[in-house]
Each structure stands twice: as structure tokens, then as C-alpha cells.
Design a protein around this ligand. Sequence first.
Ligand code: ZN
Length: 137
Amino acid sequence: MKPSHIEHIGIAVKSLKESIPYYENILGLKCYSIEEVKEQKVKTAFFHVGQTKIELLESTDPEGPIGKFIEKKGEGIHHIAFAVKDIEKALEETESKGVRLIDKIPRKGAEGLYIAFLHPKSTFGVLTEFCENKNSK
Ligand code: ZN
């Protein structure tokens, strides 16, 4: 397998409202979508940077994954997401090479993408996401 590009970088923030103006007014990017992903207990905000997106993640629940991340590590880069062509196959191949998976079965993430995470213990500390846009087929 080989990812085609970095689909997005996930960044944990305490507040979308407070962080969006930095991306818009300083970096000159435009937030094109705000979406709540209830299952993940987050609200997301997206920006395009070329082919890659920035995904800001605000926790909607201190017990959710982003809430816990911010409590432990503070705001900052949370994960990196690679675009893959066949997510089921990518996961199977990765696992067969000894990488621990968080999600063995892809689930629906923001923007209707299919996503799955690899365990950071197996990826040298980087929480790694695969995503596949099945709509674009
Ligand atoms: Zn992501």
C-alpha cells in the first residue's frame, strides 16, 4: 500500500471559536465546514490547504478522546491522516506487518469519509489515520 497524499492533519483545540480566527485572519485560510461528529464527541472545522486539509477538533465532552488528549497534552497536533485507495486492504496489510490497529473495521468520520486509526504505540508516537473517500469513486 501507498497513501496518495496527506488527507488532513487533526489539531486539538480548546475552542473552535477562538482558534478559527487564527487560521482565517493570520494564515488566510477559509473555514468551509463545521461539523459535529457525535460518536467521537467532537466538533470539527475544516480548511483546505492545497490537497490537504486542516481539521480542528474541539471536544464536546471532557471524557471524549479529544477532551482527554487536551487534558494530558494540551492543545496541538493530534493525528495525521493518509488518504488510501482501499482502506480495508490497507488495514489488513498494515496489521499483517505487525502494526496494532485501533479500528479493525473502518467507520464513518467527518465529511462522510471512511476512517480507521492505527495505534500510536506501533507508529512511533504518531496517531495515524487512514481515510478513504468512497464517494469519489
Ligand atoms: Zn482525522
